[in-house]
Structure formats: C-alpha cells, structure tokens
Write a protein that binds this ligand. Structure first.
Ligand code: SF4
Length: 474
C-alpha cells in the first residue's frame, strides 16, 4: 500500500555506503543505501524514526503545503541574506604597476615606472560616486593592483575623498589594501593607521617557494619584514595573508602551514591557482586540480592534527563551507554564491575607468576579452548595474537553474561562476561534467561530508570552533 506523504524539494548523492540527502535549505541527513528509493516509492512507514526525521527536517510533508512553510521561507531568506544589500565589495584597481614578477600573475602587471597605468583622479572620483550609489550600508573598498601602494597619492586621495563624502552618506566603510608588502613605507603605514586600512598581503610559504613564485630572490625576506613592520604599526589583527598554491607549492602542504605558524598566523586560505593571466600558460591544467585536491586533503588533515594538539589554526575555505553546511547562515564569500556573486556582491573599477563584473573579468580584459565589461565610470549607475550585460549574466548565474547544478546535492553550498565558465569553456553557461570549478568543489565538499560522517569525534569539535570564530567575526 502506498503511504500518503508528499516529497519536498531535495537532492542526493552517494557517499561511501550511505546516501546523503540535502534539502532546499541546505540541511542534510545521512541515510542507509536504498532509502531514496523507499522515499520516492512511498514505502516509508509513519512509525519509523526515519519518517519523523524526514518530516521534521523538511524532506517530506504530510500535507501538500507544509504546515511550517513560513518557517521554511524565513530559513531560505536567511540563506540568501547576502542579496539584501546588493554590491558591497568595491574593488579599485589603482594601478597595473608592480615591483614583483609573480609567475601566476593574473593582473597583467607592468613595470613599476610606467605611471601610464595609474588610475587618474577624475576616474577615481567617478568610481567613488558609483560606490556610494550602492544600497548596501556596509561597504568594503578594496585597493588592488599591480601594487596599489605604488601610486601613493591616488591611494591617499581615495580615502580622503571617501571620508569627506561619507559625512553625508554615513555608510560603514572598511578599507583593505591588497599589497605584496614590499613597499610598506612609513608614509603608507601612516595612512593605514589614520584611516583604519586593513592590510591583506600575499605569503606563499617558505622562502624557496615564495621566492620561486615571485620571480625574485629577496621577496620572502622583504615580505616578512613588511608584515612585521605593519603588525608593529597597526596591530597584529590588522594584517592578514593569502596563499596561492603554485605547482611547486603542491608538493609542500606541511611546510607551508608550518611557515604560517612560525610567522604568527592563526589561519590560512588554501587558494588554488585560477586559469587567468600568466597562470593560464604557466600551468599544466590537465593535472593541476587533481593535484590540488590531494594537496588540500593532506593540508587539511595536518591542520586538524595541529588543532588536536591544542593550537588554534583555521583553514578559511573549509570554514566558509562548514558555515554553509552546518549553520542556517550564509557567508559573504563571492565565489560561492547563487545568484552569482559578480555584480550582486562585487564590482571592479579598473585603472583606466572601465567597470567590470569581477576581478577575473578585468583580468580577461587585459587579454582583449571584454565579455564582462559593464561600461565606464562615466556611465549611469543604472546602466552599469542593471543594464543589458548585467541582465544577460543574471539569466545564467544561479545554481538553482543551470544544468548540472540544478540536480546537484551540493547546490546550496556551491556557487555560480559565469566568468570561470567563459574563460575555461568559452561559454558563460558552462558544462559541469568537464568544469574544473565543479570538480574542485564536488571533491572538497564530498571530503568534508566524509570527515563529518566517518571521523565525527575527531573533526567536529574543531570544525565547531572554526564556525564560531567566523560567526563572532574574529
Ligand atoms: S558547480 Fe558542480 S558541485 Fe557546484 S553546484 Fe554545480 S554541479 Fe554541484
């Protein structure tokens, strides 16, 4: 006899010998193999514990419209809260000039003397006006390059202008200077102190890895000096570092983490290379992502062991995913958003006044691909943010409705990335079975579920600490 209950939207995946069910709200449940077949064929019995679990966790319902539908709506709204305020990250590419030669440079940097590649004041002020048009109350203004501390006068003008205009707009502004820390002069640090500018630097691990990646023999020494100077001047918590995993780095997960620990960091972001700029030609992309996934697993296990020994140290990409998987909340991480983070959460004002949908979009433009150019800072806000290009992107920018993602169990934890699809597959819509973006996220999320399920007692106390840290905003 068919039992009367109704299926709510959920997706599933086999992990090991179990089935993982994930509902529309991102809640998950592990069940024995064969359960999905029983659910869809209405073979569950009311007396079963599983039946009650599935009812209370919004996988099935006893009425066509669940009694707690308002509750579900509130939960879904919380998951999509990043949309409430629209674009909140505004990236200003102050220059393409740089004083390093990174082998994976994605920004098409120019020699440090070519002032031709600096943003001019007119474009800067127009871009700031556009930034203030954003409905978001909290704005992050991020300075990038090249090396954005090189045109110091423009950096200074930017923060002075924003401070002046903000007397009227009264937004909460966070400034971030993305710097290689080679040029952290007294002048730059003084400005950072006065305007509360956070420093985000790059550190790829031990000297031989970092110097190799930078194409310079003294880069590591100078970055460490720069970090130490910035910490002394601004405070330890005002300086963070990003790591990029070059092909050389893939062989040294433990050494890289030990290096971060020895340099006083309590976190790391294991960031893969992206297929843009110089990295596009300098990397074997057929094998890179498989190797990166092995690297990630080995590094994560090492980090978990370090935490077990009593040292608090977070892998930030994992912490972002765990927050999506284990809490009702979302994150501001633009790469894992649906609708896509480009335009909805981030926009880029390039040094030459052109406006792009994301950082990767402006990198494509350096190679004469203007697909994601939204317009110019002299254009109207509406035409840039709601114009034809923005509408075209919106039509294919959601995991909920693009082929492959629409049926994927990991949909609520993942994101849509039309720029990556375009650059690697020559098609904004993308094809998930051969997508490296998809492969990487599927592998990492599957591995996290494996750890949560099979090594629960070992990993969960640590994972909970990482989530709490993020929730408290430390
Ligand atoms: S990109 Fe891949 S892992 Fe992510 S939601 Fe789409 S199909 Fe799933």
């Amino acid at each position: 006899m068919i039992n009367r209950y109704y299926l709510l939207p959920f997706r599933f995946e086999r992990i090991g010998k179990q089935e993982l069910l994930v509902n529309e709200l991102g809640d998950y449940i592990f069940v024995p193999t064969g359960t999905i077949n029983r659910i869809v064929n209405h073979l569950l019995k009311k007396q079963e514990g599983l039946y009650k679990d599935l009812i209370s966790n919004f996988f099935i319902s006893e009425s066509p419209i669940p009694e707690l539908i308002d509750n579900m709506a509130t939960r879904l709204r919380t998951k999509k809260a990043f949309l409430d305020s629209f674009t909140s990250l505004h990236i200003f590419v102050l220059t393409l000039r740089c004083n390093q030669n990174c082998i994976y440079c994605q920004a098409s940097s120019k020699d440090s003397s070519e002032a031709l590649y600096d943003m001019n004041e007119k474009h800067l002020f127009k871009a700031i006006d556009l930034m203030f048009r954003s409905p978001s109350h909290s704005i992050t203004m991020e300075f990038q390059g090249g090396e954005p501390s090189l045109p110091f006068h423009i950096l200074q003008k930017a923060v002075e202008r924003v401070t002046e205009l903000n007397e009227k707009y009264k937004k909460q502004i966070t400034y971030v200077l993305c710097t290689n820390s080679i040029n952290l002069t007294e002048e730059v640090l003084c400005l950072c102190k006065e305007y509360n500018i956070l420093i985000s630097t790059s550190l790829d691990g031990s000297a031989f890895i970092h110097n190799h990646n930078r194409g310079k023999n003294d880069s590591y020494k100078r970055v460490i000096e720069g970090i130490s100077k910035a910490r002394n001047y601004l405070g330890t918590d005002r300086v963070s570092a990003l790591m990029t995993t070059s092909e050389l780095s893939l062989n040294y997960p433990k050494e890289i983490i030990d290096n971060y620990l020895s340099n006083g960091f309590n976190n790391i972001f294991l960031r893969p290379l992206n297929p843009y700029g110089l990295a596009l030609n300098n990397t074997d992309w057929d094998t890179y992502f498989d190797k990166f996934i092995t690297f990630y697993k080995s590094a994560l296990n090492y980090i978990i062991d370090i935490n077990i020994q009593g040292i608090f140290f977070v892998e930030e990409f994992t912490a972002i995913l765990l927050r999506k998987m284990l809490t009702p909340f979302t994150t501001g991480f633009v790469d894992l958003q649906s609708p896509t983070g480009i335009i909805n959460s981030v926009v880029v004002y390039n040094y030459d006044g052109y406006v792009y949908a994301s950082d990767e979009s402006r990198m494509l433009a350096e190679y004469h691909d203007y697909t994601f150019r939204l317009g110019h800072v002299t254009d109207k806000y509406e035409s840039l943010f709601y114009g034809k290009k923005a509408q075209q992107i919106a039509l294919i920018g959601g995991t909920e409705f693009i082929a492959g993602c629409a049926d994927c169990a990991f949909q609520s934890y993942c994101g849509a990335d039309p720029v990556r699809n375009h650059s690697t597959q020559n098609d904004m819509y993308g094809f998930r079975p051969t997508s490296s973006f998809c492969k990487k996220h599927k592998a990492i999320i599957t591995y996290l579920f494996y750890l949560i399920q099979k090594e629960h007692d070992r990993v969960m106390p640590i994972f909970k600490q990482w989530i709490n840290k993020n929730e408290n905003g430390f």
